[in-house]
Design a protein around this ligand. Structure first.
Ligand SMILES: [Zn+2]
Ligand SMILES: [Zn+2]
Length: 243
């Protein structure tokens, strides 16, 4: 499993980083985790062909996590002549949320009338099979209207866990347990907020995490100003990891 960090920033592109978007490559299956508004530019800058992406997994409905989808669909339809189907997997209502976003940004371009099929699946109480992936979702503490979730994805005998955007909960220890890689949001350095994590909170809990590797993501200005003090691994745009 190869993970390319295409976007590692916060909603405000702090530090010039793209908003959240990871490309995960398996032998015969490629998918995105989250698709912030800047993701088409992030993919193009990294030389990634969206036609080769089989699925998009969404953590929640905030623009820095799903706002890029209309641009990807538009490009695939009008520029790169995509014909292979695309699966989009996310919290309940994902088809309507993406359809509404497309209708707002590009009236008369309908998701169900593109040159390729877009199939939607919603998170449920149990995990779901998505191609070679087993995807489990877990509600987390963030703006409730965005239907925030963490995800835990198993493929090729590897486990990738992602916190999404969230405040602290001991539940994160279960989400990340025994994961080969846990991508954990870390918006703040020492500010305590209800809906995001701080470095001090994560560092204080490190002895309780049972994942094999943890990397911090979604770095806000506080984090970027204190990078020289950070003792945990941080992501950056362009980082590629093999797990
Ligand atoms: Zn975010
Ligand atoms: Zn969010």
């Amino acid at each position: 499993m190869r993970i390319k960090f295409l976007g590692t920033g916060d909603a405000f592109c702090s530090g010039g980083r793209y908003q959240t978007c990871f490309l995960v490559e398996l032998n015969d299956y490629n998918f995105l985790i989250d698709c912030g508004a800047t993701s088409l530019l992030a993919l193009r800058s990294a030389g990634v062909d969206f036609n080769h992406i089989d699925a998009i997994v969404l953590s929640h409905f905030h623009g820095d996590h799903y706002g890029g989808i209309p641009f990807l669909l538009l490009q695939a339809n009008f520029v790169s002549s995509r014909s292979s189907p695309l699966k989009i997997f996310g919290p309940p209502g994902v088809a309507d949320r993406v359809g509404d976003l497309m209708e707002t940004l590009y009236p008369r371009v309908r998701v169900d009338q593109l040159s390729f099929a877009v199939d939607f699946d919603e998170y449920g109480d149990t995990g779901i099979r998505l191609g070679p992936l087993q995807v489990e979702s877990f509600p987390v503490i963030h703006v409730p209207e965005s239907l925030p979730h963490a995800v835990r994805i198993t493929a090729d005998n590897k486990v990738l866990a992602f916190s999404g955007d969230t405040g602290w909960s001991d539940h994160l220890l279960d989400v990340s347990r025994s994961a080969d890689l846990f991508i954990c949001e870390c918006n703040f350095y020492d500010t305590l907020a209800a809906s995001h994590l701080s470095y001090q909170t994560i560092k204080g809990a490190m002895n309780n995490f049972k994942c094999k590797r943890l990397i911090l993501n979604h770095l806000g200005p506080e984090m970027l100003q204190n990078l020289d003090k950070i003792e945990l691994e941080c992501s950056h745009d362009g980082l590629v990891l093999e797990v």
